[in-house]
Design a binder for this molecule. Structure first.
Ligand code: PMP
Length: 392
């Protein structure tokens, strides 16, 4: 065994001892109209079911025929295609933002926006529950960075007051990816304005779900607000792949010139761009989709006896990591897929089941799945909660 092989074995043994091994298993999940034998999916982020929508899939196929399978180069070489412009226009239509720049993933969009707007002489403050991509962006930026208390404008205020002479970029999510709660964006922006800081809002879980689908920034009437930049992913409610940064044309121009994850990355694949553009059009024209996912999320929360969260993601705290893992595995064995989050992915140390609602999983299937989640969580240590919900 080479020393590298020995090192890999040692790392793998350590994961096995700690019980932290991760698996990228191929899981078949039930889709409406499918055979009905596969597990019900309360784990994915396809909140509106658009990844299989005929309009979205047809748009992707047409783009494949027209442009081929790849953008073939960086956007700054030959990789910018008409379909990227169409996508950026569709995202502006959906969100009301003046300008958009598409990236190959939401992860790359976050790397790009944070690194390009910070750097030498700047500092970054992240909400304590901000997504890993925002933490990675902060590390890459070479700016010092730290966190403030989750969703707490007073904590942000104190942190900014301690940095009177710094150019500070603050980054938060609009609806949190694991907790499912909404950020007090108005209050956070007001604090940023008072201290001259810039606010970057990751709407990964807000777009398509909050504000009748237009996002939480739109719902709170913050579109066009000064010193506010938004990032989105196209891989959740929009059912495709990719990401984008939305804001003023000055911000877009700056990113085109300085965001390394834009400049040195091959452009978003044409099929993904076209699919996301079509999905953005569907969401903009049909607010009933966002209403449906939120209603279904409310049903899950009520059956599980938890506080209904702001978007599609519902978070069920478990008293132990072992209980959370066992509940998720038990649910899988019973035909229901949910997410399981545990330390160190959750900064507050509370292991959780992450249950995501979908617009296209309703009625009997939804009630059955949510009741199984509630019962199984209780069997693995969660406080039992009375089920008072009438339903099929
Ligand atoms: N931000 C948040 C809040 C996310 O949850 C995710 C996806 N897990 C991303 C960014 C990254 O998006 P993508 O999957 O498109 O790279």
């Amino acid at each position: 065994m080479s020393s590298w092989e020995a090192w890999l074995t040692e790392r793998s043994d350590l994961r096995a001892r700690r019980g932290t091994e991760r698996f990228d298993a191929v899981l078949r999940v039930h889709r409406p109209g499918g055979a009905g034998q596969e597990p019900l999916d309360l784990a994915s982020n396809d909140y509106l079911g658009l990844s299989r929508d005929e309009r979205v899939v047809t748009a992707a196929k047409d783009a494949l025929d027209r442009y081929g399978a790849s953008a073939t180069a960086s956007r700054l070489v030959t990789g910018t295609l008409p379909v990227h412009r169409d996508l950026e226009a569709a995202l502006c239509d959906l969100t009301g933002q003046p300008s958009a720049l598409a990236f190959s993933t939401g992860y790359a969009a976050n790397l790009g926006v944070l690194t390009a707007l910070s750097g030498r002489g700047a500092e970054i403050l992240l909400d304590a529950h901000a997504h890993a991509s925002l933490h990675d962006a902060a590390r890459m930026s070479r700016s010092p960075y730290s966190t403030f208390e989750h969703n707490d404008p007073t904590s942000l205020d104190a942190e900014l007051a301690a940095r009177p002479d710094r150019r500070v970029v603050v980054a938060v999510e609009s609806i949190y990816s694991v907790l499912g709660d909404a950020a007090p964006l108005r209050e956070l922006l007001e604090v940023c304005h008072r201290h001259g800081a810039l606010l970057v809002v990751d709407e990964a879980h807000g777009i398509g779900v909050a504000g009748h689908g237009h996002g939480l920034v739109h719902e709170l009437d913050l579109v066009g607000a000064r010193d506010l930049v938004v990032s989105v992913t196209l891989s959740k409610a929009l059912g495709s792949q990719g990401g984008a940064v939305l804001g003023s044309t000055a911000v877009r121009d700056h990113l085109v010139n300085t965001a390394r994850s834009f400049i040195f990355d091959t452009g978003l694949s044409p099929a993904s761009a076209a699919a996301a553009a079509a999905a953005a059009g569907v969401v903009a024209g049909d607010p009933s989709l966002a209403a449906a996912v939120r209603a279904n999320a409310g049903t899950i929360a009520a059956i599980c006896g938890i506080e209904p969260a702001a978007g599609a993601v519902q978070s069920l705290p478990m008293p132990s990591t072992e209980g959370a893992v066992a509940a998720a595995l038990d649910l899988r064995a019973q035909g229901v897929l949910v997410g399981c989050f545990r330390p160190p992915s959750v900064p507050d140390g509370v292991s959780r089941l992450r249950i995501t609602a979908r617009a296209d999983l309703a009625g009997e299937d939804l009630f059955h799945a949510a009741r199984l989640v509630a019962r199984t969580a209780a069997a693995h240590g969660a406080p039992p909660r009375p089920d008072t919900v009438e339903g099929p």
